[in-house]
Write a protein of this length. Structure first.
Length: 670
């Protein structure tokens, strides 16, 4: 151990010299490319990143996720130090990949020592006691003869060494540590509903926290069992605490080192099942890199339908809300042998969706983390994004939004019901081109919009109820649906629904509205669910051909828009007249009102990646001030739009054609 201590001490001293040349908020501006890291590749990595406009170099050099380097990290630490030093000299930043709770022993079939052979007590187990140990073929990254194990975060000896490795990595001067999906093993075949882990260390920790025996004191998968609810919460808290400890250890030796968590669960039921909840994790890390597998439908860009794309956008807008002032990176995959689609076209659609949502892009080849399906396309796109990064990655401030409430507890305990309601209402607002804001328990106090929608938010705690009471009494409008407020934040049923009592709702089967003393609309059947159901049947077909104005989903959309107008009496700052196949977000960026537009019309999964242009989009700005209006087409150049005054306070612009997407903004004279 003595030689390694000397190396680590020397690297620790360098941390104060190797401060990145970029500003400390470099995580907001990254355009990521991934590279396999070894000492002999460092110069080429820096050169390639420079030539292809990569800013934020991901390097694969997993120390704790490979048993050999978990035991002896010295050689890999040298490579991490070298790439950090040369990235900084080139004015770039670099971060390094490490596994979370997974560890692979290479050639385990002929090795005397493997992690599982040496430490079987460290490994996660299902309720039957079977260990989370897998071999080649279980996943594409596990080689033949290798041993793949998933470790309990409560294994004390392992955790002590793991955190030491984190400190050693941070001491190299690297800009960030990227932790790959710390989750309970519920992902591989046969483990999806295991609700693991039931190893001795985890069971003992749960006993200390709750007094319950996880192996016998509740019914697994029964949401009506209070013990199972405690198990859900415990598992989420355990992984949140694990990531917090990684961040603390990294910053204890290198305050500039960012902690990045790669997470594949999104807003769906997989988050509480896997235990990695993006909502809970954002406060304890610097960045979350959202991996490709969240959302409904297909995950490969070349295979997405128009409705899949809207699900993707709703997910990213949710992440951006959860993040607060922190950035959101997206590691997604564009193309993998979809013969009807050119790789470059799939890549462009992926980049389009992500920048319009304000997420940082990461290009990779196939299903790995490095390379590119078309390096020329990536180079051009990254150059364009770099030119306009302040437009896409500066803070987007709400103007007068309609709020949609995301309830983490309702999602955790009623996942299927809540997500369909929430997503359907997000689609209604995005496709009706209304300004929206995702509101969460963390952002309630700062929400200033005049309408807030609660989409079947069954679980509400006392603090939430008190805030909603004050919101109503301030003269603002609530739209609530279904059994909103029936349960508290731990899924305990209220003796009497406090929300319905507050609003004077005596018959929860009947639609009711109120104007005085409180403005509200109560819908016993959630319009978001109905809309989502209609979209699933019709949307993709009409996105390709036909008169969508006659479709059921469009009738529901127009009915909801009228209801919003009647309930809120809001005169919006901007009105957008476009088809529902165009996604829009309205926000103030650097003082100017911006509209971020993504067109998904005409796309067909696996067949067509070139949009049908959206024509003659009309934008009305409610303003008395003179000022210029500009448009920035996706991958194009900014140009001034010709506008006219249709009314003294309404400035109108017509955009003849939007192919893939566009940002439009008005610079008002003051």
């Amino acid at each position: 151990m003595q030689p390694r201590r000397l190396l680590i001490g020397a690297l620790f001293c360098l941390v104060f010299v190797l401060v990145p040349l970029a500003a400390q908020d470099w995580t907001h501006w990254v355009r990521i490319g991934g590279y396999g890291l070894s000492l002999d590749r460092v110069d080429w990595i820096i050169q390639n990143a420079t030539e292809t406009h990569v800013f934020g170099i991901e390097t694969d050099n997993d120390i704790p996720g490979r048993y050999e380097s978990f035991l002896d990290p010295a050689e890999k630490l040298k490579a991490i130090h070298a790439v950090a030093e040369k990235a900084h000299a080139a004015g770039n930043t670099a971060f390094v990949y490490i596994a979370g709770l997974e560890c692979i022993t290479a050639h385990a079939d002929r090795a005397t020592h493997t992690l599982f052979k040496d430490h079987p007590d460290w490994v996660q187990r299902n309720i039957s006691g079977e260990p989370a140990v897998f071999g080649g073929g279980t996943a594409f990254w596990i080689g033949r003869g290798d041993e793949d194990v998933w470790i309990s975060p409560f294994a004390p000896e392992w955790r002590k060494v793991y955190m030491e490795r984190v400190r050693q990595i941070a001491a190299t001067g690297i800009d960030g540590i990227y932790v790959d999906i710390p989750y309970w093993m519920t992902h591989f075949e046969g483990w999806e509903k295991s609700w693991a882990s039931f190893d001795d260390y985890t069971v003992a920790a749960f006993k200390r926290a709750t007094g319950l025996n996880a192996r016998k004191d509740f019914k697994l998968g029964d949401y009506d069992d209070p013990g199972f609810i405690q198990w859900i919460d415990f598992r989420i808290q355990a992984l949140t605490d694990f990531m917090r400890e990684i961040d603390q250890n990294a910053k204890s030796v290198n305050p500039h080192c960012k902690t990045i968590a790669e997470i594949y669960p999104g807003i769906e039921e997989s988050a509480p099942r896997v235990g990695s909840d993006v909502y809970e994790l954002y406060p304890v890390v610097d960045v979350i890199a959202h991996e490709y597998e969240y959302g409904p439908g297909e995950h490969m860009a070349a295979s997405r339908t128009p409705l899949d794309w809207f699900g993707y956008m709703a997910g990213m807008y949710s992440f951006r809300s959860f993040a607060g002032e922190k950035p959101s990176w997206v590691l997604n995959y564009s193309w993998e042998n979809q013969k009807g689609i050119a790789p470059k076209d799939a890549m462009k659609n992926l980049f389009l969706s992500e920048v319009m949502a304000g997420a940082n892009v990461w290009d990779a080849r196939g299903h790995v983390m490095s390379g590119s399906n078309d390096l020329e396309t990536r180079t051009a796109a990254f150059h364009w994004i770099a030119q306009h990064e302040k437009t896409f990655y500066s803070a987007r401030k709400p103007i007068d939004p309609i709020g949609v409430y995301f309830s983490p507890h309702t999602r955790n305990y009623f996942p299927e019901e809540f997500v369909r309601s929430y997503r359907g209402l997000m689609f209604l607002l995005m496709q009706s081109h209304r300004e929206f804001q995702v509101v969460t328990p963390r952002s309630l106090q700062s929400f200033s919009g005049r309408v807030l929608i609660l989409p079947d938010v069954k679980c509400l705690g006392r603090d939430e109820l008190e805030w909603l009471d004050s919101y109503l009494r301030s003269g603002k409008t609530l739209i609530l649906t279904g059994a909103t407020g029936r349960f508290d934040e731990r899924r305990k049923t209220y003796a009497e629904n406090p929300f319905q009592k507050l609003l004077g709702i005596t018959d929860p089967t009947r639609k009711q509205t109120g104007i005085s003393p409180m403005r509200f609309v109560y819908e016993p059947q959630c319009p978001g669910k109905s809309y989502y159901q209609a979209l699933e049947k019709e949307f993709n077909r009409y996105a390709v051909a036909g008169d969508y104005r006659k479709a059921l989903f469009n009738q529901l959309r127009e009915d909801f828009a009228r209801q919003l107008d009647a309930a809120s009496a809001i005169k919006p700052r901007v009105e957008i007249h476009a088809s529902p196949f165009v996604s829009t977000q309205i926000a103030r960026v650097n003082g100017s009102l911006h509209i971020f537009i993504a067109n998904f019309r005409g796309l067909r999964a696996g067949e067509v990646a070139d949009q049908t242009p959206e024509r003659n989009v009309v934008i009305d700005f409610l303003t008395n001030a003179d000022g210029k209006v500009y448009a920035l087409p996706f991958l194009g150049d900014a140009q001034e739009l010709k506008c006219s005054w249709q009314q003294p306070d309404r400035k109108t612009c017509v955009i003849p054609e939007i192919s893939k997407g566009m940002v439009v903004w008005i610079e008002e004279a003051h």
